[in-house]
Design a protein around this ligand. Structure first.
Ligand SMILES: [Zn+2]
Length: 263
């Protein structure tokens, strides 16, 4: 397998060069929110730098609604600011899940932390620094099959059963799949990663096939869902990251992988 290393090196260089060319091309483009004839956008939020070393300017606060709630454990810290794109994406996704899966009543999306109002470091996170990361609790059901709203994140095993004190809870395959499907198929915000443990990724893809989801959506979900190689394996929540919006580049920085739906 000694021949493999140089090939991987060349491939990664090509990947980086591709990204640099893309950033350069974008930097030359006129910012549509500035200057005469500028398009009026409903927001001025800007994600600067990288998720692990960045700031957030004009962050938009995600608000609770009929379809969305804060995970109580993280509510007091108030780290609920994101770019306009991320906040809008979460509202659309929560609404869609509530509309598409009605079994047992309306289930709200339980949201952990996004970023601080101005970005920067948050205790307990390496990233979440520039408004493009969010932690989401899984949708789950109680012993009677009704949607359950947890106080904190709950871990699930490969059979979809809650671990430890949460053994009476079950992983809500239908709602969690609908959430993932919306995240990867959204026409505006582009999702780069959904960090989630491999055993739950397998469950979600199985559910997708069972529900006859479009092949293109399954393909995107299979690429975007990743169990991190190091650190937290994400068996108790999704961590979602979106790419920089085109108008925020090149001050906003993305790293590979640049999926085929990235522009
Ligand atoms: Zn996270």
């Amino acid at each position: 397998m000694r021949w493999l290393a140089p090939i991987l090196l060349v491939a990664s260089l090509l990947f980086d060069l591709g990204g640099a060319a893309e950033a350069a091309a974008d930097g030359g483009r006129r910012d549509p929110t500035r200057g005469p004839g500028a398009r009026r956008l409903p927001h001025r939020s800007r994600s600067l730098g990288f998720p692990f070393q960045g700031r957030l300017r004009g962050g938009v606060r995600l608000r609770e609604s009929r379809y969305l709630r804060y995970v109580p454990e993280y509510a007091a810290a108030g780290n609920h600011y994101g770019t306009w794109e991320l906040v809008q994406l979460l509202e659309r996704a929560a609404y869609r899940v509530a509309r598409r899966v009605r079994e047992g009543g309306v289930a709200r999306l339980s949201v952990g932390e996004l970023s601080r109002e101005g970005g920067g470091r948050i205790p307990g996170h390496a990233s979440h620094q520039n408004g493009r990361d969010v932690d989401l609790a899984f949708y789950m059901r109680d012993g009677r099959g009704r949607p359950y709203e947890p106080f904190a994140f709950a871990e699930f095993d490969a059979d979809g059963r809650g671990v430890g004190p949460n053994h009476a809870l079950t992983f809500d395959d239908a709602r969690n799949w609908e959430l993932v499907a919306k995240l990867v198929a959204d026409g505006d915000a582009k999702v780069q990663f959904i960090f989630v443990a491999n055993h739950l990724k397998r469950r979600l893809l199985r559910e997708a096939r069972r529900r006859h989801a479009p092949a293109v959506v399954i393909e995107r979900a299979a690429r975007a869902m990743v169990q991190p190689a190091r650190g937290h394996r994400h068996a108790n929540h999704f961590h979602v990251r979106i790419y920089c919006s085109p108008s925020a580049r090149p001050a906003c920085r993305d790293r590979p992988p640049l999926h085929p739906w990235y522009r």
